[in-house]
Design a protein around this ligand. Structure first.
Ligand SMILES: Cc1cc2nc3c(=O)[nH]c(=O)nc-3n(C[C@H](O)[C@H](O)[C@H](O)COP(=O)(O)OP(=O)(O)OC[C@H]3O[C@@H](n4cnc5c(N)ncnc54)[C@H](O)[C@@H]3O)c2cc1C
Length: 363
């Protein structure tokens, strides 16, 4: 019998399962035929140190050490240089000031400097910009595969095509029905991403509303005559669109956040069209063709802060949910925290952040 069952084989569940497997027998259950098929496969794959509130930034700081020297088996660095350029029109300068005031390691750029960096920006459209030069691309697949290898090397067991359909607590053990089998363990980790609320309901845990929100992306051909390789991710400080070079093409996101039920997400044509219209308003190159598109879910607790810790009502039920738009970059830190809290060890994060992440804040 395993000591711990982790539900959900996305970045959260796989990284946590790998960390937990250092001290315990761990079984990882994934509904799909393979790992990492939902939000984890659909991210913008960037690490931004200044992204998120104080608790998230504490996790970003903690994760930065992992990314610099990963303790998983990977062939190449997980991070490569990119940079993030946030742009403000005259009316948005207050937002830029607010962002800069709470951030570290930013460089202020004039509109002309920003236009030099991304030469398709409409001259005169923006009034100011900030650059986070240390923002980096993440090799998400290499990271996931590295955690999976570590999990297996530590004796972890993975069951795919094992959708959890019932959880009950009997004699100090969770009985978990998944894909025709019943598994038992004293501790269960809820890392089911957009489905985390459903898992909690099945278990009779705290009713923390984890709301999935759709975010879409369109892939455009590189603007003719431009080499995108060195361009940063660039976007509106008001989060109305952003664009990022990806494999020689340009990914443009409408930065949408429409609440939807948990599902295999797909993009809405109208949302994409409206987002591309906002992007077109800021650049000199019209959008003539879309190569492909996708959508994924970013799932949030009401206060937009991840939920990591034991449930206040259901014994042995651990939350690892609500990572929103930060679930790749914070995964190493949340996995480490999960392993520490489940084992009853001191957490390597400050008490304020620990409280901000705890599910007990909703009790
Ligand atoms: C467009 C977009 C851009 C993003 N950009 C970034 C970024 O640049 N940087 C960043 O850090 N983050 C980014 N994110 C966020 C990031 O992708 C997510 O936070 C992260 O992938 C969440 O991982 P997860 O493991 O919690 O969820 P998922 O990857 O969705 O995994 C959850 C898993 O649980 C499984 N599951 C669900 N229910 C059950 C069940 N009953 N039984 C068994 N298994 C079940 C699912 O099949 C799924 O595989 C972005 C997200 C989107 C959509």
């Amino acid at each position: 019998m395993p000591d711990i069952i982790v539900i959900g084989g996305g970045m959260a569940g796989v990284s946590a399962a790998a960390a937990l497997a250092a001290d315990a027998e761990v079984l990882l259950l994934e509904a799909e035929p393979g790992t990492g098929q939902h939000s984890t496969a659909r991210s913008a794959a960037i690490f931004i140190r200044n992204y998120g509130n104080a608790a998230l930034r504490a996790l970003n700081d903690r994760a930065a050490g992992f990314f610099e020297a990963p303790d998983i088996d990977v062939e190449a660095p997980l991070l490569t240089p990119r940079g993030e350029l946030l742009l403000a029109t005259g009316e948005e300068l207050d937002l830029l000031e607010e962002y800069a005031a709470g951030s570290a390691g930013l460089e202020r750029l004039s509109a002309v400097e920003a236009e030099r960096m991304v030469p398709i920006l409409k001259p005169g459209h923006f009034a100011g910009a900030v650059l986070e030069p240390e923002a980096r691309d993440i090799d998400v697949d290499a990271m996931l595969q590295g955690f999976l290898r570590q999990f297996r090397a530590r004796g972890g067991q993975l069951r795919c095509k094992a959708p959890v359909s019932a959880l009950s607590r009997e004699a100090g053990l969770w009985q978990i029905v998944a894909g025709g089998e019943t598994h038992a363990a004293p501790v269960v980790v809820n890392a089911a991403g957009a489905w985390a609320g459903e898992i909690a309901r099945m278990a009779g845990a705290q009713p923390i509303p984890i709301q999935p929100c759709r975010r879409s992306a369109a892939v455009l051909p590189a603007p003719e005559g431009h080499e995108l390789g060195l361009w940063p991710l660039f976007g509106s400080i008001a989060e109305t669109w952003y664009a990022k070079p990806m494999g020689g093409q340009l990914m443009v996101s409408p930065a949408d956040a429409d609440p939807v039920p948990p599902q295999d997400a797909w993009p809405d044509d109208m949302v994409l069209a409206e987002g591309l219209y906002r992007y077109e308003g800021a650049v000199t190159v019209p959008v003539t063709r879309m190569v492909s598109s996708w959508a994924g879910l970013r799932s949030f607790a009401p206060d937009k802060t991840p939920v990591c810790g034991f449930d206040s009502e259901a014994e042995g039920f651990f939350w690892l949910a609500g990572q929103g738009g930060h679930g790749i970059q914070t995964a190493p830190a949340l996995a480490e925290l999960t392993a520490a809290l489940v084992a009853g060890r001191a957490a390597s994060i400050d008490d304020g952040s620990l409280g901000a992440l705890s599910p007990v804040r909703f009790a």
